[in-house]
Ligand binder design. Sequence first.
Ligand code: GDP
Ligand code: IMO
Ligand code: MG
Length: 423
Amino acid sequence: MAVDLLLGLQWGDEGKGKIVDVLTSNYDIIARFQGGPNAGHTLEFDGIKHVLRTIPSGIFHDKAINVIGNGVVIDPVVLAQELDGLKQFNINYVERLIISRKAHIICPTHRLLDAASEAAKGKAKIGSTLKGIGPTYMDKTGRNGIRVGDIELDNWKEKYRALADKHEDLIGFHNVDIQYDLKELEEEFFTAIERLKELTFIDSEEYLHQAQKQGKSILAEGAQGSLLDIDFGTYPFVTSSNTTAAGACTGLGVAPNRIGEVFGIFKAYTTRVGSGPFPTELFDETGEKMAKVGHEFGAVTGRPRRCGWLDLVALKYACQVNGVTQLMMMKGDVLSGFDALQVCTAYKYKGETIEHLPYNIEAENITPIYSEFACWEEDLTQMTSVDQFPKELNEYIEFLEKELEIPIKIVSVGPDRKQTIHR
Ligand code: GDP
Ligand code: IMO
Ligand code: MG
């Protein structure tokens, strides 16, 4: 059976966690393939909100197996906190959660290095979540990293020590004021490593290969968003992994010809947290209203998310890079009652009108060109079928489908599992 993918098409926080949870009843296995605890995936059901960081969003379903793939970077301290969260709800994670031996481990000094690197950058900082993501992927590609499989070996602490010592030198090299007590951080880290050992470590590529042979259905869950991809995002204001479809192949060991549906998720508007260009960003009351009504605060850092209109140029680019086969539009309910809606359909770039994402999308190079749409007045949050959709919402959806040439199969009208409408 083919492996389906679910990915964010913007700058993250599109609602991936919610939709993976909704779709899990159709799958045997849910697998995260990249990123780490920089992700915050929110799920809501039975009046309770859960935020997952490293654990796949299928964990609340008793029949699904959740795999943390080789492309993920794991902070044992954060993972232990997530496990504690699940314990409260009597989730049998020992049976439902398995981890790739090839996934890399975020050490306390990776987090410190992230902070030192950001502090040294000053105004040019990435706006990282400070979870140690960049330094851990640097050690992975630099061939110095520590993997989950290493902690099964006797001498892994020697390897750890050498790496941590090197990190301390690098922190010094940044010449910034970072206060820390490494002994304390290490104590917490080693305790969390023991906790990690409660879980089953697997060769996940082999596990997933066998699962496919047995006809099991697999959904790969992306983290972050396509515009944060290390290659195709708004570099250098990106994360350090391939968030796009190809990342699922390398992050799970799934061959490209085994990929089935590619579900692309986007908000009916756009948000971004952290630094970097954002052509359709609003700095006025409309942007403030989106942030307020949409509760646009980061699930991980609590930072306010920057808000703006939907950018079709960027969305088309993301659909193209990912080979999206089905779209899902989130948070349309947030826009109810806006005076009018704008959608960016082209950019004015160096005096010319263009419809593709150029190399340089900083505000000084780009002026968005908008098409205006009437907005719906109705509250969408109680709606249960497309028949109830207001005419203006249908017009918005149909316009986007025509432009993107991909069907919008799910419209989400609220954070709860049940507020999900299939078209
Ligand atoms: P993820 O990182 O892609 O999983 O998304 P986040 O969880 O970081 O952010 C999405 C936020 O929007 C969360 O607070 C969700 O509960 C919420 N959410 C998801 N879908 C909808 C929706 O259709 N309407 C509203 N109002 N909120 C939604
Ligand atoms: P989910 O999976 C939104 C952003 C950070 C920063 C940049 C680099 O919840 O959609 P990093 O810590 O990766 O070095 O930060 O990427 N970022 C996210 N923004 N949602 C996320 O994940 C993000 N993960 C990282 O804000 O701008
Ligand atoms: Mg998030």
